[in-house]
Ligand binder design. Structure first.
Ligand SMILES: *Cc1c(COP(=O)(O)O)cnc(C)c1O
Length: 418
């Protein structure tokens, strides 16, 4: 499909990181060997240890609270289970390889949820009196964290994601410490220009963090677009099976990653080894899942567009979506979330109840499609009939037939009754 031909689309088999990664003038970091491989190949091998005779290719979870520890802990790789765990180490290598394939210095830190990762970045890096610029339309729990930040004396300015409105907020902030972006935004699916905003933030001495949850590292690589940190909820498409909560932060500067890891040790928000192992196991199919999800999402968005009674269809992969020009310039795949508006709350509830192949559930990115009436949570500025639809990996014709049938039930067939 022509709409999936974003620049740097990994389907050409080679990775632009090979050309751009280590030689962008940020340190002597050698390209990770995996950077020369195609995206699917990298996904199936991401973070695996060197092959060792008679050892498993992906070692099982290290279920332990402590490690044998003779002598000085300062030089020990593993000490206590709140500091480090070998199962995290492998997952952290995998995530860093996917987010920063050309950059051996980049380092990932994993957390038990996306919010734990976001909290570690915001609370671990910001000091009282410093200013952060946040999206006003970001993930709903971000605004709850904002209240905590302000209570600790951090100054916050917020602006919407669309049309790079955070540029003006940056300017008003003077010399902010941090710019936080979420692109595409959840649930509005607006997109901002990471390169442009990162350059503006760096000119003011600010760090830039991008919430990369919706795109996944196979959809977008914020560090290559100029951000300092890629942060995400791996609960969604990265894990993709709806059975693990997980978060991560990847920094280009290892000193920044160390500060975030220090926060993790101090605050104690740690990922269970079993969850870390499950998520790592699932990474091997990430490219297959996100490719199918994008294909299904485009087909669903196109079908919804044609349907009377459905309005406001948004998907950054649609060529005439307002977000498409910027999305196409910085994304490699456009994700699994399609949003649209039904006439009201009742129609949306009837639609969700009539679906047979789509769960009425929150979260997104899983192999099974799900959808919800987003306004039921109260946190997002969206209409009563706004539906956030997470497209799974089902056969597209089944999915679209189910949606059409449920819309017929909820809205009527569009033909006048005799
Ligand atoms: C879900 C989500 C989060 C929070 O992740 P959890 O794993 O639920 O803590 C953060 N950002 C975005 C964009 C999300 O969609």
């Amino acid at each position: 499909m022509s709409t999936s031909a974003a620049p740097g689309d990994g389907k050409d088999g080679r990775d632009p990181a090979e050309e751009q990664g280590a030689d962008r003038g940020r340190g002597q970091a050698e390209a990770r060997p995996a950077a020369r491989l195609g995206e699917g190949t990298r996904a199936v091998r991401a973070g695996l240890p060197e092959a060792q005779a008679y050892a498993p290719p992906l070692p099982g979870p290290a279920l332990t609270s402590h490690f044998h520890l003779p002598g000085d802990p300062a030089t020990a790789p593993y000490t206590y289970g709140r500091d480090t765990n070998p199962t995290w180490t492998l997952l952290e290598r995998a995530v860093a390889e996917l987010e920063a394939p050309g950059d051996a210095a980049a380092r990932a830190v994993v957390f038990p949820s996306g919010m734990a990762a976001i909290s570690a970045v915001l609370l671990g890096l910001l000091r009282p009196g410093e200013t952060a610029v946040l999206p006003s339309d970001g993930y709903q729990s971000l605004s709850r964290l904002r209240e905590r930040l302000e209570a600790f004396g951090v100054l916050v300015r917020a602006a919407p994601t669309a049309r790079d409105a955070q540029l003006a907020a940056l300017e008003e902030a003077g010399r902010p410490r941090l710019l936080w972006l979420e692109t595409p935004s959840n649930p509005g699916l607006d997109v901002c220009d990471v390169r442009r905003l990162s350059a503006a933030a760096h000119a003011r001495g600010a760090l830039v963090a991008v919430d990369n949850t919706l795109a996944t590292p196979l959809g977008q690589r914020p560090l290559e677009l100029g951000a300092d940190l890629a942060v995400a909820s791996g609960t969604k498409a990265l894990n993709g099976h709806g059975d693990v909560l997980l978060g991560y932060a990847v920094a280009r500067d290892p000193a920044l990653a160390d500060r975030i890891a220090d926060w993790r040790t101090a605050a104690g928000a740690i990922l269970g080894p079993m969850e870390a192992w499950l998520a790592h196991r699932g990474l091997a199919t990430l490219h297959l899942r996100v490719d199918r999800q994008q294909e299904n999402a485009l087909a669903l968005a196109a079908a919804l567009r044609e349907r009377p009674g459905v309005s406001g269809v948004r998907y950054p992969g649609l060529p005439d979506d307002p977000a498409h020009p910027v999305a196409a310039a910085q994304m490699r795949r456009f994700g699994c979330v399609v949003s649209f508006v039904l006439p009201g709350r009742e129609e949306a509830e009837r639609f969700l109840a009539a679906l047979r192949l789509v769960d009425d559930a929150t979260s997104f990115g899983g192999v099974r499609s799900s959808a919800e009436r987003r306004r039921r949570w109260g946190g997002d500025a969206v209409p009563e009939g706004f539906v956030r639809f997470s497209v799974g990996v089902e056969d597209p014709e089944d999915l679209i037939a189910d949606v059409r049938r449920a819309l017929d039930g909820a809205l009527g067939t569009g033909r006048t009754a005799p």
